[in-house]
Ligand binder design. Structure first.
Ligand SMILES: Cc1ncc(COP(=O)(O)O)c(C=O)c1O
Length: 387
């Protein structure tokens, strides 16, 4: 696997959770698509819709979904903004977000709540709670209009039981927006099983190892007519030649298409990313990710003895958490805060994620198929050395 990636020899990169290192074939494909476009940008632009639709269709099939339910965006923030700001909601009431949601996406909820005079409420999720579905569902109130829920929480790696929660939000008429930043590529994801979810946003530049600047949105068909696009352009209404109708004339897919001229190369390279996944095999990639995650647990977690805040009962491995392991920093290191992340990188060549969650300083380690056990052992030694 390692020969598939351009790795900096002096760096141990254990932060696939923020953005994973893309395989060389993916990065080369972006450059190739860009060069090909430049040979005739006019023809490139005219042909772009057909190509984007083909990529979108293949991506949808990869995730067991219907292509017309998907749209491409540069990142999950853009996709989730579309849902949080564009979903029709009954007047008044509250937007609910768990206390573990990603700040940027909570801000999108706050933006809508403030604009429309709604309340934004934070739902506490007690550490180590066993019945997450119950906790979330019992947090819903009669005036809850929208729930923002991460599929996998970015700080702790906790995975919410999505289908159970979605069954209840649907029954109660609460719009469920799922932040799937950390799910696609981390474990099998099948939109055929998510019929009760209303809206889902995912990133491709995290666990899918896709080109930087790629993500997607998925909207349940029952909302296609009512979802309000955030902006308008050519495809908002049926358009004239020379462009073909997008998605065979499907109005939702057309309205959600990215607007105007773009650098389409990263989106075209989603195709090459899927080639990579199909060549190596999704089952093999997922198995390897979890093998490395277990290695983090034993080599770093057990050796250092720092409290692990990720639920880690691993049978099967992806039920309670995504492939990230997060540890509470010992007091002396916690005092350094974010500066520790830079120090580890600058002086020891180790890239991790460090953040503060409700006053606690945490270190998150996440490995992908470009990593190996040796790197994880070296990371453990570097961290042990610090204390
Ligand atoms: C849970 C979660 N949501 C949203 C995002 C935002 O991702 P992006 O900046 O690619 O839109 C992140 C990024 O780490 C995340 O962890």
């Amino acid at each position: 696997m390692r020969s598939e990636f351009d790795l900096a020899p002096s760096l141990i990169y254990l932060n696939a959770g923020t953005q994973s290192i893309a395989p060389r074939v993916v990065n080369e494909a972006v450059a190739r698509h860009q060069r090909a476009y430049e040979t005739n940008p006019t023809a490139g632009l005219v042909g772009s819709r057909d190509r984007i639709w083909r990529v979108q269709s293949r991506l949808a099939r990869f995730f067991g979904g219907d292509p017309v339910d998907f749209f491409l965006r540069p990142n999950v923030t853009a996709a989730l903004n579309q849902f949080i700001l564009g979903a029709p909601l009954e007047r008044g009431g509250e937007i609910l977000a768990t206390e573990l949601e990603y700040g940027a996406i909570v801000n999108a909820c706050r933006f809508r709540a403030e604009r429309e005079g709604r309340k934004l409420r934070e739902l506490a999720i007690p550490a180590g709670a066993a019945d997450l579905a119950d906790i979330v569902v019992s947090g819903l109130r009669p005036d809850t209009r929208m729930l923002l829920l991460s599929h996998v929480v970015s700080t702790t790696g906790l995975r919410f039981p999505l289908r159970e929660i979605a069954r209840e939000t649907r029954r109660r008429g609460v719009t469920l927006v799922v932040d799937g930043a950390h799910a696609p590529g981390a474990f099998p994801l099948d939109f055929g099983e998510l019929g009760d979810v209303d809206f889902y946003g995912g990133n491709l530049h995290k666990w899918m190892m896709g080109p930087k600047g790629t993500g997607f949105g998925w909207a349940n068909k029952r909302h296609h007519d009512a979802l309000v696009p955030l902006a308008a352009g050519w495809t908002t209404y049926p358009s004239l030649e020379p462009y073909p109708e997008y998605a065979g004339g499907n109005r939702f897919a057309a309205r959600m298409l990215m607007l105007g001229c773009h650098d389409f190369a990263p989106y075209y390279a989603i195709d090459d990313t899927l080639d990579f996944w199909e060549r190596v095999g999704p089952a093999a990639i997922h198995a390897r990710i979890y093998e490395l995650t277990r290695e983090i647990e034993t080599s770093v977690g057990e050796r250092l003895g720092w409290p692990c805040v990720t639920p880690t009962s691993l049978a099967p491995p992806w039920e309670l958490s995504g492939p990230m392991r997060t540890y509470e920093l010992p007091e002396r290191l916690a005092m350094e805060g974010f500066a520790l992340m830079r120090r580890l990188h600058d002086t020891r060549g180790l890239q991790v994620a460090i953040f503060n969650l409700k006053g606690r300083w945490l270190m998150r380690l996440s490995a992908h198929v470009c990593n190996n056990e040796n790197e994880i052992h070296r990371a453990a030694s570097i961290l042990a050395d610090l204390v």
